[in-house]
Every structure is written in C-alpha cells, then in structure tokens.
Design a protein around this ligand. Sequence first.
Ligand SMILES: *Cc1c(COP(=O)(O)O)cnc(C)c1O
Length: 847
Amino acid sequence: MEEQEKNNRGLYGFLPSDIEGIRTLARLALDLRWSWDHAADDLWRQLDAELWELTQNPWIMLKTVSREHLEQKLRDKAFQTKMDELISQKQLSETTPSWFQNAHPESPLSCIAYFSMEFMLSEALPIYVGGLGNVAGDQLKSASDLGLPVTAVGLLYQQGYFRQQIDENGMQQALFPFNDPGQLPVIPLRLPNGEWLRLEVTLAGFTVWLRTWQVQVGGVKLYLLDTNDMVNLPVHRNITSQVYGGGNELRIQQEIILGIGGWKLLKALNLNPQVCHMNEGHAAFLILQRARDFMKTAEVSFDVALAVTRAGNLFTTHTAVAAGFDHFSPALMERFLGPYASEELQIEFNHLMALGRQDPNNSSESFNMAYLAIHGSGAVNGVSRLHGHVSRNLFQNLFPRWPQHEVPVGHVTNGVHMPTWDSESADRVWTKACGKDRWRGELQEMHDGLDTISDEMLWQMRTTCRTDLVNNTRKRLEKQMSVAGEPAENLAIAKDAFDPETLTLGFARRFVAYKRPNLLLHDEQRFIRILTNPEHPVQLVIAGKAPPYDETGKGLIQQWVQFVSKHKLYKHVVFLSDYDVLLAEQLVQGADVWVNTPRRPWEASGTSGMKVLVNGGLNLSELDGWWDEAYTDEVGWAIGDRAEHGEDAGWDASEANSLYELLENQIVPEFYARNESGLPVRWIERVRKSMSQLTPRFSANRTVREYTEQYYLPAAANFLNRAAENGAAGVRMVTAKEDLERKWQGINAGIVQIQNIANSYQCRVTVQLNGISASEVSIEMYAEESNGLEAEIIKMLPEPNGQENDGTAFAVQFDSTRAKSDYTVRIIPSYENIQVPLEDKLIFWQH
Ligand SMILES: *Cc1c(COP(=O)(O)O)cnc(C)c1O
C-alpha cells in the first residue's frame, strides 16, 4: 500500500505531501464513503466549516486550505483522534468478511465488471443525468457494503449534464460549467511504476488516446475514461464533454470508448472479470472486445469466442419503449467499426451487423445496441416485475414463434442505497431499531426492530425531517430568487414560504411529457382549494430538469412557475431549480407524501419514491414501475387501473380526479387527525408499515444480493465452464448450432396420440429429426396460458427401443385438468448447457 502510494504522484501533486498525516487525510477525502457515511461530516466541518457547507467535497477542501491550516489541524489532538477513528473503520470494513464472503465463501467469482454511461454517486462528481446513474451509483455503494468484488467502468465528462436556472418568466436556462478534474474526487490511474495509464482506441482511422481515472467508492473502485488529452485532435477531445450530448456520431464514439476502451482498461490492470454487467445497452460493444480477447488467447473463431464469453455477460434493460434504444445506421457502423470487424474480429461486416439486427439478412436495418446486448449476453433482465413483462413484449420480435412468457427476460427490481438517502434523524431511529450494520447483510429482522420504536419517536423523526426541508427550501428559494434578479424586497417571500407543521408533498423528476408533471394542475381551482384549506393546508415542493431541447418539458416547468405567481401561492408551492443529488436528498427526507404520475407502462422502475421509504415518507403514485408491485392500501395510495391508456386526455382527467379525491378524502384528513397527545395515529401506523415492509424490499442491498445469486454466480460458473480447455464447450456449441440450423427445416412430427388414464394423459408421438441426434433437442408437450391456468411445458422422453421406420417415438404421462386439445407438440434445441431461446431460437411447432 505505502509503496503504491509513493508512486501515486497524482494523489500528492498539489498537496504538501511532507506533512505528517496528510496521506491518511487524502485517503479519506478521496473515498466517496463520505457521501453516505455521515460519521465523517464532523471531520470535514472541523477542517473548514464554510468550505464544507459550500462544496460538500472534502477533496476540494484539502486542495484549497493553506499549508499552515493543514499543519495546525493535523497537530490538533481531537482532529487526529477523529481521523484515526475513521481510517481504522475504513480499514476494518474493507478487511472484515462481509455478506458475500460469508454467504459464498467458495465462489470462483472474483471480479464483476459493471459498465454504465453514468454514475450518480455524489454532487461532487457530476457525471450523471438521473435514474440510470442513480441505479448504478446506489448498486456500487451496496456492492461495497456487501463485500462484492465489483469493479465499475464509466466515462469522465468535462461538463456532465447541464445545470438549471429558472429565469423570471419561468423559462429553464441551461448552463454548462466545466468540471475541473483537479477538483473532482478522482485521481489519475497510475500503474505500479507510477506511470499514468493511457489507452488507445481507433475511431474512423484515427488513434485516440484515453486518459484513465480512479474513484474510490468505499471498498470498490470506479474507473473512468476521458478523451480530453492534449495529444488528441480537438474533435476527439470533445467526445467525452457531455453525457448523452450531441448526435449519433458522438454517441457511437462514446459507446466505443465505454465498451471497447473499458474492456481494454480492465485488461491493462490485469483484471479478468468472469462477469460483465451492462447497465443499459450503451456499453454493449464490450461484448465484441471481450470475445476478441478470448479469440486471441484461445485461438478460436469469433463465433466460438462469443459463445464462450457471452455466458459471462448480463444485460439489464431500463427502457419501456422501443424508441429508447440506441440505433446506429449501417453507414455510421461501417465508418467506425468496419475495419474493426475485419481486422480485429476477423468477421464480415454484415456478420457484425447481424448481431444488432432483428433480421440478420436485412442490410438496410440499423444496428440496435439492445439487440447486440441480447445477442451477446447469457442473461437479460428488466428492472421491475412489470418492466420484465413489458420487456418480454418489446423483445418478442427477436424470438419469433416463441410464446411471450418464454422471451428470455427476467427481472430484478431496482432498489436504492438506504444509507445515502436517510436523514440523520431517520438514521438514529433505524440504528436504535436494527443496529449500525443493518444494511450490510440479510434484512429479515427489520420488521421486528421497527416495532420497538414508539409512535412518538416516529412522529418526532417526521417532524424533524419536515422542518429541515422547510428551512432548506426557504434558503434555496431566497438564493434562487436573488440569482434570478428579484428585487430585495421580494426576498421576504422566501422567508415566509412553507410551514413546518403543514402536510408536505414532494414531486421531483425529469420534466418530460410521459411523467405528466402537471397532472396536479388539471383543475387549478380545485388544487388551490386543497392547498389553501385554512384548517388543513397542504404545501408542495417541486423540482426537475427538462431535457435542454424539449420545449414541451420546458413549458411544463413554466406552467408551474406561472401558476404560483398568478395565484400568489408562494407560501404553498415552491419550484426549486437545479435538481441534483443534494436537492434530491433534502426532498426525499422531508416530504410526507411523494407524488408520482407517469403514464403506465413508461416508468420502467422509478427510484425516487423508494428514497422516501427509509425516512418515513409515503407514496402516492400511479400503479407503474416498482409501485405496481409494492402498493397495498396499508402502505400508501395509488392511482390508475393497471391498464394502459396511451395519451388519452379523458383518462388523464380521470386520474387527476383520483389524485384530488385521495388528497381530499384520505390523505389530508388522515394527516390532520390527531389523538389527545397530538399524534396522527393512523398516519403513523401507515408510516410504520411502509418503513418496515417496503424499505428492506426496495433497498439496493436486496437488489445486489439478488443480482449476485440469480445472475452473477451462475454466469461466472457458466463462463468458466465454457472457457475451460480453450473454449472446448464453445466449439461444440457452435458446431451443434450450425448443424441444427442446416437440418431444422427437415424436422417433422406425426400425430400425437393422447389417451386418458384416470386423471392423467398418456402421450406418444413419432418424430423425424432429419439426422439431428435426439440428445440435441427437447421434445415437449405444450399448453398455452388460458383461463387462469399457467402455460405448461412437459418434456417427453424417447421410448426404449423407440426407433421406428418413420422416426423416433417419444412419450410421457402426466396429470392434467385441461382438455386434450390444449396440448400440442413442439421441438426445441437442447445441447450442452445452451440457454434457449436466448442463444438458439429455433422452434418447431406441430400444427
Ligand atoms: C433518484 C433520482 C432520480 C431518479 O428518480 P425517478 O423517480 O426514477 O425519476 C433522478 N435524479 C435525481 C437527482 C435523483 O436523485
């Protein structure tokens, strides 16, 4: 460690490295653990209270304060004690076996590489847009808590996503401040000899240098790539300037850097991940580079290498609409990956294109990154139960003639990293109920723990949370108004906004049409009556960015701002600008009710509603995404009828009506119904149920353990199995696959004979396999889902001495309550341990 740090010039480049203790302090400042472990706040406040308040970024602080100040602090006994305490905690948590070591001690899984275009870890590292980055960031933090061997790969953007300002007309202004890498909590990634690791990728004939960076996230590392190197052409230096910036030409280059550059980075560090997890299809080019490496080392063809390596790839899709996938035209692909296909992968360009197409033979079809991800993975999942279903529908076209329920997309419902989102007062309550290490292992005991917490204590927590939000809202509003140029006399409005005793609603998300952020404004007068009821008032805090070129989204923001000023509702409704992690934390900690109004089924999961759970906030949401599986009438409120209604204005109106009715008849009365001690007993009961039932279920701890056990462990085993002996299993699979494809058209089956024997059916069929070995296929009786019965698949077995002139006889006997006519015979591939239909989509139906 010390040796490595000596060479780590980047760490100390701008620090007075000769001061005793500075290295320890730097290690703490560079570990984003401070973004969720509030034990360290005190240390940073001691170092410089004002800078801490302003930046929430210890690394900037270290680089800003004077040498004298540092020396003085590091000599201070109290400061030293705190620092030593934190560093030993850090070391302890990194060396003590965690959940993963305890639950899977013998596992061969030693490295999972997690790829994502964005990571939302802290406002100090603005390389995210929203939900997708949130999922990545929160899962990394939980991986650290659980001791999972994850290494993450992403891009370092010079500007990140835009920052939002609202002008006096309520129009959104987009600002792009520059991220100075020197101020971000990242350091150059140096090799053991001290050299800054740089990689190259080829983009349309040019060599582009990639710089590499390292971020410490508790016990796991996030590596970032950027192109802003002086040696590159200006056009290339700009590739990593903005997250999702520019058009398709920029996007394909970003994705090549993430996927191909990202894999090269892992190899340069001698990491050999068994599992690569793609958070959305943006990183799918890694599939190619991973296969290419295997091809070279094992000296096999690209197809064999892909058959071997794909077993270790997992694709998580986050989109609920087909338009959400990245597509690249054949011409763009040819320009950026044509030579790569022939020189590196040694395949025809059209062979590469087929991996991203629905129809491999359609040479005008564009290249779809989600299709590449599916064709190059051993497993695919959506991000909620409902989204799994939606995705099976979306990807049905890739599996023609397969029943939709067998389209190979499972689901792991998202969760959030609770320690990141809990307030200090919620943390105290949970610590009392379930102990300090509650998010580091299994979660069974949470329910009982919370039962020991009194109503008074829960309500006290809610009051503290809400009061903090009111204070923060006033401060933010005042600042925001003065930035917008409001005259000083108007600033008094900000001081008077909101009330700590008033029922507080929160709404924060991207302002795009499908989220219907103006649904509450459907009947303005009715909503105003709800807000300004003199005995039972309501207040609402709103935040969110509209995509910079989305005029509709910007119009929705303006509508809210104008609603407030037209009706002088300053006391009741506040739009806070520049929604980011810090603002999100304040909102989800303080809101009593979190409102969410997407059009079903467009919200694949949604995560902001999960962030209120740990703080005792309740959800009022459309039955979409995660809420579709979380909702019961004990824990919150729902709108919607679990059906899809498109953009039907009449349906929007009826859902707006449901929102108002729930507020008027249930939510507001329940919040204000107090017992003799002033406690809203029924409300607290609901809070308790929501906290105890939902918080563990929608924590990233549960999500990451599920990924590990359902996907990572089997994927690692499968990959290692196929990779053994230079990919021998892969060779056999490719041979079998080609053989089946050639002979499949010649398959046939005779009439099935079905006989009743008591409550069961005895079935027998003779099939002609056209030279395919019976051991390479599975003959099945199939009944589709109907009248509430689930689909049934019953495997038939070859009859002893079943060779007949016209084929091979197969039979099975099974119990059933269905009609005979429900059943039909089908034949599907079944060789090695191939995943069907993901890896081989052939299917024969007898009709
Ligand atoms: C949680 C979060 C999101 C995602 O919220 P959704 O409910 O999934 O829309 C977006 N942006 C920020 C800043 C967040 O904290």
